[in-house]
Structure formats: C-alpha cells, structure tokens
Design a binder for this molecule. Structure first.
Ligand code: FAD
Length: 610
C-alpha cells in the first residue's frame, strides 16, 4: 500500500500513521556509505586546513577545497545526471547536509554552492542555461553564489534597489546595484542576482558571470564565525547581462527566491543537526575523561542533564527533519507520476512543505545553538580556549539563526503560510476541527490521560495541536486580518505549531521502531526515554507560551475559559525527568560517544592544534 502523502501543514489537523513516515533508522547502505565518505572527506581534507581557512591566509585555499569536493562529486548532489551531477533524492540530499556539517566554514561554502547558488538554475533554468552552467557547477570548476540581500533589503528582500535596464539594442540587461553578505562571493564565477527590471514591482533573477565585467567585490567581511567562508559585498556597475541569462520569467524572481529559500531552510536544519551531533560527541567524551572532586564530571547530575538534553533535542529534531525530507520526495514522485517534469516536481514538493521547512529551520538552528553552548560549558575554561576547538563550533553555529531568513521571520512565515492555506487558498480545513473543539474540551472534564500503547503520548500530542487551533481561532476572532501585526502572539502560535510537529514526529518514530521490532532493546529503551523527556518538556513549553498568548489578548470570561481549556489540554505528561536524563546520559557515556547514528560523528580531528 502506498504511503499517505499529507498536504503541507496538514499535521495540525490530521493524525499521522507511523508507517507513512520515514525515520533515520531506515537509511540504506548506500546512503550511509555516502554520509561516511563525506565525513571522511571533512576529516581528511578539511580539518587539517580549518585553522588556515579561518585565518583567511590564502584566498585560494577555500576554492581549491571546493574543487577537491567537486572531484568527489559532492558539488553535484542536486544536479541532474545528464549534467554531471548525482541528482540525489531530496532526503539523501538532506543527509548530505548533515554529513558536511563537520566541515564548519566549509559546510557553509559547499552549502551555498549546492543549494542557493545552483538550485535556481536546476529548478528554473532553460535547457541552454543548464547545459552551459550545470556541468561546471557539478564538478566545482565553476563556483556559485546567490545575491539577494542588499544593505537596505535584508528580511524585506523584495525591496531591493538593484536595477536591470534593457540595452538599446535589446541584447543585454544592464545591471546596477549593490549586494551584501554574499557567501562565496570572493571567488565566485557565477552570481545568481535578483534585481528589478526597469520600474517593475517584483524582482527578476539573472545568471551573471564574473567575466561579463562591471563587477566589483568588497573586502572580505570580518565575522564572528564561519570565518573561512567568503562573505563579500558585490557591486554591479553597468554590468551587461545577455538577455538569455534571465532566469524563468520577468518578475518571477521573488517567488523563485522564496522557493529556493524553502529548500535552503530544511537543508540548514539537517546541517544544524550534523553540527549538534559533533558537538554532543565532544561533550560526552570530555565529560568522561575530565575529573574534578575525584570523579569524572560525567557522573554529576548537572552535566548529565546537559548531555541528555542535547541528545533529546537532536533526536527529536532529526525525527521531524527527515520526516519532512521524505514527504517532499513522496510528493515529488506523485507529481512526476502525474506528468510534472522532475525538477519542477522537486521544487513544487519543497513548496508544498514550506511550513515544515520554516519550522525545522528554527528548530534545528536552536537545537544547534543549545548544543554548542552546553558543550562549551561542559568543557569549562577549556571550552573558552581555542585549544579545544569547541569555541569554533560555538561561534560558527550562531549564523544559523540569521541566514536563510532570520528565525523571527521563519516563525512568522510558518503561521502566515498556514493561515494562507487555511483562509486564502482553502487547502487546509482548520475551521471544522475548531468547530469541534468545544465538545472535545467538554469531554476533557471527564476524560483520562489516554490508554493503550502510545495512548498517553498520542493524546498529549493531539492536545498540543488543539491548543494551537484554540488560540488561532480566538486570536483570529479578536484581531481578524490585523492578527499578523500582533507579532508576539504569532511567535507564540509558531512555537506551539513547532512543538506539535516535532513531538508528533518523535513519537511516530518510536512507534515505528517498536512495530518493526528489530532495534537493539537497550538502545530502543533509551530512545523512548528521549521521546518521553521531549514530550514532557514540549507540554510545559506549550503551556507557557500559550498562557502568554492568552494574557496578551484575552480578558475577563474569555481569558478564564481559555486558561481553563489550556489547563485541560496541557495536563502534565508525567514522567521522572531526572531519572530519564540520568539513564540517557549514562548510556551515552557507556558507549563512549554519541551512539544514535549509523555513521561516525567522532571527529576529534576538529580539535585545534595549538
Ligand atoms: C555570514 C552571512 C552569509 C550570508 N549569505 C548570504 C548569501 O549568500 N546571499 C544573500 O542574499 N544573503 C546572505 N546573507 C544575508 C542574510 O540572509 C540576511 O542577513 C538575513 O536575511 C537578515 O537580513 P538583515 O541582516 O538585513 O537583517 P534585518 O532584516 O535588518 O533584521 C534585523 C532584525 O530585525 C528582525 N526583523 C526584520 N524584519 C522583521 C519583521 N518584519 N518583523 C519582525 N522582526 C523583523 C530580524 O529578525 C532581525 O532580528 C548572509 C548573511 C550573513 C551574516
């Protein structure tokens, strides 16, 4: 029987079946081998030069490393085979994103090459454009960059001032403007540039070669982290772009930019999880060997809390990320079967799950920030020293909350997109479940906590979703279209939406693992404990942000009613968090490092050599 392919955002109104979702335990041999090859490359080729890369000692070092990766095929992961690429399915592409994460600043570089710098041509290029550029990008003899941001147009990307004017002979667009924060810009051969043609309201996109002339580069930005990645301003001064280098249709640029960013967001999330695993692995190893008060610090509850909490968040985030990745592949296959061209189907597949991509970008980047911060804390003073290399992870991670759309923008986008699908395009019926809510709430006066296998968990997750629906309806009734201006409430709603999705994903994973019955019993037991800790906290987090939302807009009887309902819907998911975390931490330390992976994350070579 075929898997059910949900609509993007449908998770908030529909229960999912564990059999329909992908879980990371299902990576096959080839996928694992690919991940290991990529990680080996990071260890063998990138780690020895990381310090030099970050010091920006030699401007050729990074492009040379990219070319080496190109020779391995890494640069062509998303490029069709006829143009020399590997054309990996979407979920394997996400796994690639996880596997390059130990490359630190190199991960950003190859990320820009394989994602934002090349996907506009893969998804929207004409055959001639693809033939001309994709083989070079696939082997990294051509280095690619993506120029959307401008000094006065960051989050508000459509407000850019860069202009394209048709030349008198009609053969060229003459580009003028300034782009900022351009990853790979210092050595790029190709710039995907977003600009407005003449007085257009919307952006168009162009493939611009450095050799066209009229391009000037600013100095390399001095940054907090990912120092080895090139980030420059790019100035276009009467840069002549042949008309055939317009991508897609005139005015399509903003739509295109958003679609490319959807892809970038979920890829960033997978990369963040790769970085988190490396960070946790470092933390576990240090906690085992560092002794204070005559004991390994890993025996202290305070340290065990951190280790277990990191593992739990990683486990939950990856459950959701690869669930989305597979859903995108399934959607893509469905579209291809119904006659859509493959690359267009891929793009539409990602577009379908824009809500989930935004949610996971925020979640993954915040898990990463938590992990690098806590690992540094576990290392104490040695974490603060460059000697251990842990501070590099701390600095490099910070960017993930800023680029591919800041986390504030992505939070608002996830809720905005859900409302668009519910009220504008009517793709999601959230009105019917909202209508059923009063009856469901009334039933909760007498209802228990759920029974049977996963009964308690299923009910808790279901109730988190009801909190979202209840508050979205109540706030929507009060503010109507102006709700979008009540950003604090939208951010609260977004956090509830995210917790619902991630908590659901982690429990579907446990359910599927248990049904499959082929896990190591001890490992499965620990995974279930992580799922319990996650849900325990998710319920509390939802309760806290929902209360804040209610206090922000409701008064009198309505406030009392909403608070009463919230109490019923967020009844504590009762476990003993201390004991669960101790078990999780002790298990990991007994394994000597991060154990929940089919490929190694043990990359001790990242430690700086001082
Ligand atoms: C190292 C690095 C590499 C980058 N690489 C690229 C690249 O390759 N190509 C490219 O085009 N861009 C790139 N960027 C740009 C990046 O995408 C932007 O920095 C990001 O989109 C945020 O824009 P901004 O910096 O102008 O911040 P602003 O938009 O000025 O935002 C500042 C703050 O205000 C908040 N904010 C803004 N608007 C709103 C709103 N409507 N509601 C609530 N809060 C809001 C933001 O969340 C943020 O906290 C890169 C940036 C960095 C730092």
């Amino acid at each position: 029987m075929k898997n059910y392919i949900p609509k993007g955002g449908e998770f908030i109104i529909r229960s999912a079946d564990a059999k329909d979702i992908f879980i990371p335990e299902e990576w096959n041999e080839e996928q694992i081998m690919m991940a290991e090859t990529v990680i080996d490359f990071m260890v063998q080729e990138i780690h020895p030069i990381l310090d030099d890369l970050d010091a920006m000692k030699d401007p050729n070092l990074m492009p040379d490393a990219l070319e080496k990766a190109g020779q391995m095929g890494f640069s062509g992961i998303s490029i069709p085979e006829e143009y020399g690429g590997l054309d990996l399915d979407f979920n394997t592409g996400l796994l690639f994103g996880e596997a390059v994460a130990p490359g630190f600043c190199f991960a950003t570089t190859i990320g820009a090459q394989t994602s934002i710098g090349s996907l506009p041509i893969v998804f929207y290029g004409t055959e001639a454009q693809q033939q001309k550029y994709l083989p070079g990008i696939a082997d990294a003899s051509l280095k690619a960059s993506y120029c959307l941001t401008e000094p006065s147009a960051g989050s508000d990307a459509n407000s850019g001032k860069t202009k394209a004017v048709l030349s008198k002979d009609g053969k060229y667009y003459i580009l003028n403007g300034q782009k900022m924060w351009i990853t790979n810009g210092g050595f790029a051969d190709i710039f995907i540039v977003f600009a407005k043609i003449e007085e257009d309201k919307n952006l168009s996109a162009f493939i611009v070669e450095k050799d066209f002339g009229g391009i000037e580069l600013g100095a390399e930005e001095k940054k907090l982290g990912i120092k080895g990645s090139s980030t420059v301003q790019v100035f276009f001064n009467d840069c002549p772009v042949p008309v055939e280098n317009l991508l897609s249709e005139r005015g399509d640029g903003f739509k295109m930019a958003l679609n490319i960013l959807n892809t970038g967001r979920i890829k960033l999330a997978a990369g963040a999880i790769g970085g988190s695993k490396v960070s946790l692995d470092q933390g576990i190893k240090y906690a085992i060997k560092r002794e204070q008060f005559g004991k390994s610090i890993g025996t202290f509850g305070a340290i065990q809390y951190k280790l277990a909490e990191m593992a739990t968040r990683i486990f939950a985030s990856e459950s959701a990320i690869y669930r989305v990745g597979k859903a995108i592949d399934n959607k893509c296959d469905q579209l291809v079967e119904s006659g859509t061209a493959k690359q267009e189907a891929k793009m539409l597949g990602v577009r379908e799950y824009a809500i989930e991509c935004a949610i996971m970008k925020v979640h993954g980047s915040e898990v990463l920030d938590y992990c690098v911060d806590e690992t540094l804390q576990i290392f104490g003073g040695m974490g603060y020293s460059v000697e251990t290399g842990v501070e590099r992870g701390y600095r490099d991670a910070r960017i993930t909350r800023i680029y591919e759309g800041t986390n504030e923008i992505n939070r608002m986008l996830s809720v905005g997109e859900l409302f668009r699908k519910a009220f504008k395009t009517k793709e999601l019926d959230i009105v019917s479940p909202v209508k059923k809510l009063p009856f469901y709430l009334f039933k909760q006066i007498f209802a228990g906590n759920g029974s049977g296998a996963f009964g308690k968990e299923t009910k808790s997750v279901y109730n988190l979703k009801q909190v979202f629906l209840m508050l979205a309806a109540a706030a929507g009734k009060k503010f109507h279209l102006k709700l979008i201006d009540e950003q604090e409430i939208i951010l609260n709603l977004s956090d509830i939406l995210a917790e619902s999705f991630v908590a659901q994903s982690v429990w579907l994973r446990i359910e599927k693992l248990k049904k499959a019955g082929n896990s190591d019993p001890k490992e499965l037991e620990i995974k279930e404990k992580m799922a319990q800790v996650y849900l325990y906290q998710a319920v509390q987090r939802v309760n806290a942000v929902a209360k804040e939302a209610i206090d922000s807009f409701a008064e009198g009887g309505q406030r009392r009613m909403l608070l009463w309902s919230l109490k019923k819907l967020t009844r504590p998911y009762q476990v003993n968090p201390k004991e669960l975390r101790r078990d999780i931490a002790n298990y990991m330390m007994a394994q000597g490092g991060f154990p929940f992976t089919q490929f190694k994350v043990d990359v001790e070579s990242v430690l700086a050599t001082v």
